[in-house]
Design a protein around this ligand. Structure first.
Ligand code: ZN
Length: 157
């Protein structure tokens, strides 16, 4: 890729992140959730509650929402996560998280090795800012804890 197209990609990715920060999707408290969990990132101060409604088959994420406060990367990541996993099977969501984690650690080439990421590729450049990877992964860790039915609060180390 030419540097010029890399820049365009970065601009596009940034635009998606800014949009989801300004207008977070599924940003609401859920009353009929089947599980919920709280997450906190002490490095940055990001905090959220993730609400999940798992279907009667115990496999499908029928609905997901979140509420919280934090930086743009955190909020955009939580918003994009809810969009990505809504209506999906729990196993698919876990595969997405696996790929997303590898993306954040630069252990995955988003153009070659990604099968589930879709829009989540906008976080491709985050590995350059190690502190920000905690912001980007907080919602995912919190969702996973909610699905496992863990009590208490999830903290990024
Ligand atoms: Zn943050």
């Amino acid at each position: 890729m030419k540097p010029e197209s890399n820049d365009k990609m970065a601009e596009l990715y940034q635009a998606v992140i800014l949009d989801h920060n300004k207008y977070p999707r599924n940003f609401r408290k859920m009353s009929d959730y089947t599980c919920c969990h709280q997450g906190y990132n002490p490095l940055c101060g990001d905090r959220l509650d993730v609400y999940l409604k798992i279907g009667g088959d115990n496999e499908t994420i029928e609905d997901i929402s979140f509420e919280g406060e934090g930086c743009a990367i955190f909020k955009a990541s939580a918003s994009l996560m809810t969009e990505a996993v809504k209506g999906k099977k729990i196993t698919e969501a876990q595969q997405m998280f696996e790929e997303f984690r590898h993306l954040l650690l630069k252990q995955l080439d988003p153009d070659r090795d990604s099968h589930h990421l879709g829009k989540l590729k906008v976080f491709s450049g985050i590995w350059q800012f190690p502190v920000r990877t905690k912001c980007a992964s907080l919602a995912w860790h919190t969702m996973q804890a909610a699905m496992k039915g863990e009590a208490g609060q999830t903290k990024t180390e």
